[in-house]
Each structure stands twice: as C-alpha cells, then as structure tokens.
Design a protein around this ligand. Sequence first.
Ligand code: SAM
Length: 299
Amino acid sequence: MSEQETIRQRIRDDYTGIAQSSTVTRDMLTGETESSGSCCCAGACGVTESIDAGVLAQQIGYTKEELESLPSDANMGLSCGNPAAIAALKPGEVVLDLGSGGGFDIFLAGPKVGETGRAIGVDMTPAMIDKARTNIAHYTKTTGLSNVEFRLGEIEHIPAPNSSVDVVISNCVLNLAIDKQQVWNEIARVLKPGGRVAVSDIGLLTPLPEAVKSIVESWAGCVSGAILVDEMRSQIEMAGLGSIELTPKPEYVRALTEANDPLYGKIQALLPEGTSAADVITSLDIKATKGCGCAPGCC
Ligand SMILES: C[S@@+](CC[C@H](N)C(=O)[O-])C[C@H]1O[C@@H](n2cnc3c(N)ncnc32)[C@H](O)[C@@H]1O
C-alpha cells in the first residue's frame, strides 16, 4: 500500500470507530479516552470531557434550535464551522455535502432546499453512511420531507454528474483529502454554471512544524493534512472557480484549546514558546463560485 493509501485507510479506520461508538469523543482520535461508556452527556456526545458537541457547535455558529431538530447522533463534534448557513440555501436547490459524516449539515440543509430541492451527502466511510442513512427516518418523521440521500464515495471522485449541483458544502473534510487539487477540480466539475461553494475547513496561517505533522492522530484530527491559506486559494483558482473569499474563524481553535482538547494540548506543547495553536491553525469559511460561461439563463 502506498503512503497515501495508508493515510487514507487510517482516516477511514478512525472515522469508522467514531461512527460505531455511541459515546464518541474527540479524545478517541488521541487514544486517551475509553471509546465507550465514558461519556456522560445526553444525546449528542462530548468533544472532550470539558466541552460537548452541542456546546462546540453553538460556539462555531449553530443555533440551539437547529441542534434540537437533529437526530441525536448526527452531530458528533466533528465540525469546524457552519457551511449550510454561509451557503444561504434557497428552495429548489441541489446541495451536495462532501464528507457528510452522520448527516449533520445535510439534515439542516434539507428543509432549506425543501421538497423541490435535494440534499446529497457523500462520505468514504461505510459506517458513516450507515449512520446517516439510519438518521433519515428521524428527519422524515420530524420534517415530513424525503429529499435527502447519502452516497458512498471519495470526494476525489465525486459520485455526481457534471453540472448537476447548485451548492457544494463541506465541513472539516477537505483537509483530509490526499489530493486536494483533484477535489477542487471535482467540485468545479459537478457545479452548475453559476453554482457556488460554501465550505468550512481548517487552514494554516504559518507552516506546521514537522513534529506536529507527525502526531499520527492529527491527520484524522484535521490538522496534519491542512495546507496554507494561500495554497488553498491557488488550488481553488486553478480549478477555475472565482469570487474566492477565505475568512478566518478563530473561535474553533480557541474553543478546543480552552477546553484542553488532548490533540490541541499535544500540538501546543510542540510549538515554539510564545506561539499559540491559534497563531498557526485556523478554521476558515471558504466561498467561491463557478462562472456562468455561455450557459443559457445562468446570469
Ligand atoms: C471531521 S469528519 C466531518 C463530518 C461532517 N462533515 C460533520 O461536520 O459532522 C470527516 C468526515 O469526512 C469523511 N472523509 C474523509 N476523507 C474523505 C474523502 N477523501 N472522501 C470522502 N469522505 C471523506 C470521513 O469519513 C468523515 O465522515
């Protein structure tokens, strides 16, 4: 197996463990917490022992009402922003979520695009797809809608036709992709002319020290695979997308650091004195659009 395939398999294994545990914590990524029976939170489970998934989600932009509307385990504390909100979704639109996990953003996007729209999640981890599909019953019961679906696949090879999607969203996933340029090329391929991107992801403000990159769990912890903000901008441009906006959202890294998240504790210990994790790593709101070209009725 190539080094890249080994990393991908490790990521898939880690997220399989998270999906299959009913008491998921981010600490599982560091191996420092029992994977079951140790979490005392009700409903959505804790991110660390001191901050639960619901609290973190509110700190990064979700409302209490949104969180209460969700199936209990759709939010596993794996997000770093609120892409469905920055997407400003409209009724009738087709929205595609890359790395949809337990369906968190899909179940919030579905009611916004309504019965005439469609919300499609893609994830490469079969256990995540199973969890998300199980959650559909709760969604349909509470909303009366049957407009969501989950497809197994890698975001480097998006299982969707050319020019079929109005809005691509994604939450803390692109950093995990081995070939990020290919992912951006795929996003440009599946977007309709005039379609837009609303992604939350982790970016680097300065290069990551090698010692931090080599913390094995920091790949699945969304750190080792992150790239510099300027490199991300170049990749989006190379894919042919325009109107690019990359907005740092420091509250995610701040929340995890203040909550003594074990991975961020390890990272902090490896940074030069006087440098905080938030000086190096940030969550980002990423917006871009696909030009209309000569498409009839696009502009
Ligand atoms: C950090 S979790 C985020 C899940 C979800 N977006 C959320 O906010 O709850 C990352 C998810 O992306 C999936 N994933 C990672 N790399 C992927 C890839 N190359 N293709 C498809 N899915 C991927 C994982 O299986 C996992 O479900």
